[in-house]
Design a protein around this ligand. Structure first.
Ligand code: NAD
Ligand code: SSN
Length: 493
């Protein structure tokens, strides 16, 4: 489907602009709104209600009030609501894709990919809802009986980032629904529109009032801070930067809240001398350019064996130079804009710093002139260990290459970061691939693969990349607690 200004205007007009509280869309108590921009043009797309602390409190009131009855809804019914939501999101895939492209900037083809990925969490957890099994056993001394059950943790605060506006919401909302938890969702202020449309779909799919409450806000800390301190809140699930996650963890410690933290990354992409270089380049294109490099999973450091480094850089540059930057709605767009001017400036600062320390831009190395926040796809060779670009998240289409000569050196370079989300390894030697899996300090590994994201897999990191897992069999556990009931010997007098 092609887009036209009229189609964009009609879609935007269909997005709810209020706060969703207790099943009703309504304005913020203060009457305030905030503007959502198109990062391709800098123009305002829509103004939406701007929640403040009073609205946050009302959202938690609704979630707390709905918790008891929602937990009693049979798991099959909860699963069926998710299944209907999956069908509805899929039926409206073009609307969701266009809305994400408009507010976040990613090319339409990528946005369609995110709809498939994001919707899959709804389908996956519609199936998992009925599998929150407990167990019954006889104690080792043969006397008591042990009954172990799983219960919903209770009202949850879900905080999502701007880079995957649909998938980051479905990855939290779907397991919470499956487990029987109620929610307050604070979407990202840069990309709240997709969550608004998604929440409307959840309501249409049959979610009872109060189960999902949505509070977009331009004052995240002031609005959600009091909720984290409220004893009715039982869980905080956050996806975003390590810096903010660390602060929220400290706040959450006051009430000893259950937390899931999906934080930043600094993924190494290791290419061994025995790798299929063409396959490594194809993987590198995905690992680097998916979402314009604005992904926690983005390859941030290309660690390439010195015997194949020139071939890899040349072939990578040839592929990258075919990547046209343009508004995501344009047919030729392969790389959209970065989210805002501040992010683009940060990317350029890291590139400038690396070049000052001796790196050479094989291609790119500058912002694209004109409207929007575009940055040229860039490859840097000869990057020096210790430069900022190797230790900070780039969050842009920039690939720094460093070289190594032994497996031990590759491991040392790859693990030389406080992050531990994902690593990518390209080798034809399966034993080496397995050794790398065992030696790399990450929650996920792509072995000859440039993308690992999959609703059926446990997504998450170690070290300062976070706590907990989303998706897979593990995802629902984050929203359940275990209760054990000890039963006296049924044969005793
Ligand atoms: N590990 C993962 O699964 C994953 C997925 C996506 C993004 N990320 C990370 O997210 C970051 C990019 O996203 P971002 O820029 O939106 O991150 P961010 O930390 O700035 O913001 C994330 C969310 O937290 C909110 N927020 C900010 N300050 C807050 C506060 N004091 N109290 C409550 N909420 C607050 C924001 O409004 C947003 O909704 C990157 O570091 C990226 O790696 C991680
Ligand atoms: O930005 C991080 C999330 C990326 C993903 O889920 O694939």
């Amino acid at each position: 489907m092609t887009t036209t200004p009229q189609r964009e205007a009609e879609l935007l007009a269909s997005v709810p602009t209020g706060l969703l509280i207790d099943g009703r869309w309504r304005p913020a108590v203060s009457g305030k709104t905030f503007e959502v921009e198109d990062p391709s043009t800098g123009k305002v797309l829509l103004s939406i209600a701007d929640a403040g602390p009073e609205d946050g409190a009302a959202a938690l009131d609704a979630a707390a009030a709905a918790q008891e009855s929602w937990a009693k809804v049979p798991a099959r019914e909860r699963g069926e609501i998710l299944r209907r939501a999956f069908e509805m999101v899929t039926a409206r895939a073009e609307d969701f894709a266009l809305l994400m492209t408009l507010e976040m900037g990613k090319p339409l083809a990528e946005a369609r990919g995110e709809v498939t990925y994001g919707a899959e969490f709804l389908r996956w957890f519609s199936e998992e809802a009925v599998r929150a099994f407990g167990r019954y056993s006889v104690s080792p001394d043969g006397k008591s009986r042990l009954l172990v059950t799983k219960k919903p943790v209770g009202p949850c605060l879900l905080i999502t980032p701007w880079n995957f506006p649909l998938a980051m919401a479905t990855r939290k909302v779907a397991p919470a629904v499956a487990a029987g938890c109620t929610m307050v969702l604070k979407s990202a202020n840069l990309t709240p529109l997709t969550s608004q449309l998604f929440a409307a779909v959840m309501m249409e799919a049959g979610l009872p009032a109060g189960v999902l409450n949505v509070i977009p806000t331009s004052t995240a800390g002031a609005t959600t801070g009091p909720l984290i301190k409220d004893s009715r809140l039982r869980k905080l699930s956050f996806t975003g930067s390590t810096e903010v996650g660390r602060r929220l963890l400290a706040d959450a410690s006051e009430n000893v809240l259950r937390t899931s933290m999906e934080l930043g990354g600094n993924a190494p992409f290791v290419v061994f001398e025995d790798a299929d270089v063409d396959a490594a380049v194809a993987g590198a294109m995905l690992a680097k350019l998916r979402n314009m490099g604005e992904a926690c999973t983005a390859a941030n450091r290309f660690i390439v064996h010195d015997s194949v480094a020139d071939e890899f850089a040349e072939k990578f540059a040839a592929k990258m130079s075919g990547m046209t930057t343009a508004r995501g709605t344009e047919a030729e767009s392969k790389v959209g804009p970065l989210i805002d001017a501040k992010s683009r400036d940060k990317v350029h600062e890291l590139v400038t710093d690396a070049v000052a320390a001796g790196a050479v831009a094989v291609i790119g190395g500058a912002a694209v002139e004109g409207p929007g926040y575009f940055y040229q796809p860039t490859i840097l060779k000869g990057v020096t260990e210790g430069t900022r670009i190797l230790s900070e998240e780039i969050f842009g289409p920039v690939a720094p290459i460093i070289t190594f000569s032994t497996e031990d050196e590759a491991v040392r370079l790859a693990n030389n970061t406080e992050y531990g989300l994902v690593a990518y390894v390209f080798t034809k030697d399966l034993n080496r691939g397995i050794r790398m899996g065992e030696r790399l300090e990450t929650g996920m590994l792509g072995l000859n693969a440039g993308v690992v994201s999959n609703a059926a897999a446990p997504f998450g990191g170690v070290k300062q990349s976070g706590l907990g897992r989303e998706g897979g069999l593990e995802g629902i556990e984050e929203y359940l607690y275990t209760q054990y009931i000890g039963i006296a010997d049924p044969y005793a007098g």
